[in-house]
Ligand binder design. Sequence first.
Ligand SMILES: CCCCCCCCCCCCC/C=C/C(=O)SCCNC(=O)CCNC(=O)[C@H](O)C(C)(C)COP(=O)(O)OP(=O)(O)OC[C@H]1O[C@@H](n2cnc3c(N)ncnc32)[C@H](O)[C@@H]1OP(=O)(O)O
Length: 695
Amino acid sequence: MGGFCGNKNILAPKKCSGEARHRGLTQNSAPGPKGADIKEFGDSESGPPLIPMIHAIEAGNKPMVAAIEGFALGGGLELALGCHYRIAHSKARLGLPEVTLGLLPAAGGSQRLPRLIGVPAALDLIITGRHVTAAEALQLGIVDQVTDHHTVDAAVKFALSVAGRPLDARRISSYSCPPVSGDLDALFEEVMRKVRRGARGAIAPVACVQAVRAAATLPYARGMERERELMATLFTSGQARALQYSFFAQRAVSRWSTPSGARWDASAPKPVRKVAVIGLGTMGRGIAVALAQAGFPVVSVETQEKQLTEAKRAVSQMLERGAKRRGVAAPLDKMSYSSNIQAVADVDLVIEAVFEDMGLKKKIFQQLSAVCKPDALLCTNTSSLDVDQLASQTRNPELVVGMHFFAPAHVMKLLEVVYGPRSSPQALATAMQLGKKMGKVSVAVGNCPGFVGNRMLKAYVEQAFFLLEEGATPELVDSALEEFGFSMGFFKVSDLSGLDVGWKVRKEDGLALPGVSTGPSARIRQGRRYSPLGDLLCQRGRFGQKTGSGWYQYGKPGGRVATPDPWLHSFLEEYRAQHGLVPRRIDPQEVLERCLYALINEGFRILEDGIAAGPEDIDCIYVFGYGWPHYRGGPMFYAAMVGLPKVLERLEHYYRAHPDVPDLQPCSLLRRLVASGSPPVQKWKEAIKKLHSQL
Ligand SMILES: CCCCCCCCCCCCC/C=C/C(=O)SCCNC(=O)CCNC(=O)[C@H](O)C(C)(C)COP(=O)(O)OP(=O)(O)OC[C@H]1O[C@@H](n2cnc3c(N)ncnc32)[C@H](O)[C@@H]1OP(=O)(O)O
């Protein structure tokens, strides 16, 4: 939907038939961006003449019928709301997604939609930015008619049928909002409370509520002034820039490339018709559900009979719940189960999701290699183990890749697709395409311990521990991170997922050694500073929520509400005294800088090593897999916003203070980017290529 010219920020359709123009119809089935061109939002040119144009259309004396095909989003829908009638094709989608870009519908959308469909329904669409189908739009009263036929023909017919009728009652700006049941102020207060809680610092959803409130309480002209004021604040905010960057970053990561020169546009994926999942623990169940929901027949293999019986019930329930939420039939018929690995003989792709144990995984890859079709792709859901070692157990190592899902796998949007040195471009392309079909943001990453996400997280977690040693409390660290926009700080997340998870990894890495958590060498491992605090808690059986205590107290095993724990505070005091550590006052800014800049620094190392192709890849991983606030774009975008010279200066400062912490030593890529003038984040890929070629 569009069909108007002379507006810099809105993309007009390539063709608008003479007849349609003559009759005042608008049509858009042209390919390309829908609504405003997001790339142009950053331009500071004067506002587009969209608002006067919509007013002129609405004030006109000829009936204006919007013919909506494809997408009518943002400015496209606002234009349609200025028309006197709207006809949509049954396949059309409509919405005001501005909030997802850090904005609000500022061409009258926030003022007209509530007047047309009522405050509660308009709030829902504007705050969430969700798209609706033509059928829902009809039900809500956004469109007047839905057609399965040629939309313009239907609109012409419709226009002829209403010709001559008075138009006053069709000008939405002249309406009052339909009355709400109950008290309007109470409704807005309740909505605002919910929005503020959910927004975690995002400003656009709050501004959207304020704009709709203006529609409900002010005359149209004053409401438009308020809409403009609110938009002006959002338009220039860092949040809008971050969200718009993220829109393109999500699309950029699908155009993957590897240091060896493999590329998305030169590698055709193999067809995948049937998939197997090995291991039906928490991850395996989620992966099987996500595959079935994406329409793939799935054979799930679990050798332990008890686990298999439990998993069948759990998977069916997950599928039924998901189907209910989406108003579709549960794809139970897509699932089949077996306790015998021979059941995977006819699948095109296997995802192994057994316990994180290299010995066990190697055995499974040997079995898979013997049982599967020779051209079947063998994928592992490992979160940190060496994909190449697993590939070496198979006949065709080029067909092995990692597919690292995040828990719960049927909910979380992120998928790290890990290519080893021997993975073929076709195997990578196939896993990337499967991820896309499953609705995931799939990011191709190289093979190294922890891949991208967990490798960076290690540096962040280490700083959180060190801060406790130096005088902070879990509450102080968590509140600084939550204030930044994470839904939970590190210590609460750790209690939720279980302290034993990290303990097991540290033991495997040879860090958490029995008997060395006390004594003079307790705080040095493998030649660098180490904090055994997590190990000490685990040794006392404090695994977090499941045992009723961890970094916080939960009242009982399985408790969910974290309360500060006096025992933990005394334990920290004793620990510091025992190790001669003099506690100091730590402020939230130091918490943020130490945790986030250490993580960002590792991100630069990852870019330097070619493990991630660009900052967009890292940012998508953090936004979609690790709860990085979306409106902050991701860690690398955030670093660019803070300013690379400042990040460098602070890392240098902290490294001087903690020379035994190599993670704080600024990475050479960061130094070189600063020396080359700190290019904007969108130019880093190019700059890195250039810097590499100069080495
Ligand atoms: C200084 C103060 C001033 C105050 C001023 C106040 C007054 C202001 C006046 C009001 C101005 C109003 C401006 C209007 C605003 C809007 O319209 S906001 C809404 C913008 N549109 C969107 O948010 C839609 C975004 N697009 C999508 O969600 C999806 O693309 C889709 C439409 C659902 C289609 O999805 P799919 O089929 O999966 O295709 P994609 O891969 O996503 O996209 C294909 C390529 O097109 C590119 N693209 C899509 N939309 C846009 C866009 N709006 N702008 C730019 N580019 C877009 C996308 O990036 C893909 O390109 P490639 O990556 O190159 O393949």
